[in-house]
Design a protein around this ligand. Sequence first.
Ligand code: CMC
Length: 435
Amino acid sequence: MANNTLTVTDNRTGTSYTLPIEHGTIRTMDLRQIKTGPEDFGLMGYDPAFTNTASCRSSVTYIDGDRGILRYRGYPIEVLAEHCSFLEVAYLLVWGELPTQAQMNDWVYQITHHTMVHETVKKLLEGFRYNAHPMGMFVSTVAALSTLYPEAKHVEDAEIRKHQMFRLIGKVPTIAAYCYRHSKGYPYVYPDNDLSYTGNFMNMLWRMMEPKYVANPVLERALDILFILHADHEQNCSANAMRSVGSALTDPYLTTAAAASALAGPLHGGANEAVLRMLDEIGSKQNVPAYIKRIKEGHSKLMGFGHRVYKNYDPRAKIIKWTAERVFEATGRNTKLDIALELERIALEDEYFVKRKLYPNVDFYSGIIYQAMGFLPEMFTVMFAIPRTAGWLAQWNEMLTDPEQKIARPRQVYTGEQERAFVPLEKRGAVATAR
Ligand code: CMC
């Protein structure tokens, strides 16, 4: 018998089965042959929240959560953050290799020349109240792009897919900036093709009457690094939404809107905003021990801490801490940093957090930097969505070109009633009504 197999015995029948092991996994479809009789449907795996199920093969991002390793297409995140621009990393994620100079020039040209949004987008945004959450506006506007580019539905066509990727990566900063300007009541600022991806984003956010916006180079680079760190993170909740919705061959605008919706939740990308609110609630360093006590009593979670995959320090959090120092040299220190550092210090020593391997994640420090740079907390998750669009598209493109993939359709374990006799309304008793 080959070594790379698993033998299981079904104690209901005494039958043994040998299942192949590949890449450290068995195919759960191989369990289907395990039956108690011809009427039996066959064995399935039960894995709520996919805690131990690989839903795809992917060559985009590698994470070793125990060792705190994150690599895009084989390159360590630390190396990419030090040497690359965000657009270079976006190219790497989508196409699998770092670009040559000529490829990079073309990529930057294409993205830059797809940053404008249709004028009707402004009218769409005007329909939102002044205090609408930017993430709701962002999701709706990305979805609305679907109505402007009907050819996008031909997702089997590689050229069409490529074109929509230019558009999406190019337009998400414009949409994000427009959402911000809408909430402030400021006029929208058109993209400036002379500027870098992040420099142009800052221009669209903050330019007022000056004829040409000049970004602070330290902040522009810091934003680029933050974008690199947020660009992909393998099969997280929003990437899974992207693949799942995209597997129905839905166009990439609607699919990206679905992924962004998943990101909006406080357990995912919404955590960066929640961290800032938590730091506000704590108020000062002295209140940290009492707050930690409340967390341990189960009143709430320590936002920005813990991760499904990392059971070690999130490598992105390390780079963010380093970036924070550079940003604070330019902006002045955000006083919330002291509370965050104290929270981290106590949590890393406390048995509750140590035992559960809870470390700061990417969201713990990012909000503090964004706030020091002048971003409102409501914008933080939108800031996450901009670079993550590149990762979502890389995952989407990979899914569509994978011959093994088809429409995502999980199974369930049905726990409801078996067939019941119908009781007409007038004959139903109090018990039936209460249900
Ligand atoms: N504060 C306090 N306790 C925690 C925390 C936390 N932040 N995270 C996990 N725990 C506890 C949890 O209560 C459980 O304890 P017990 O074993 O006694 O029941 C144990 O640690 C294991 O946690 P879990 O909930 O089973 O872990 P999970 O893998 O299902 O959840 C998580 C991962 C990220 C949703 C969770 O750690 C969390 O809610 N963290 C706070 C929100 C956050 O920062 N999210 C951003 C994640 S990183 C960026 C991203 O994905 O967008």
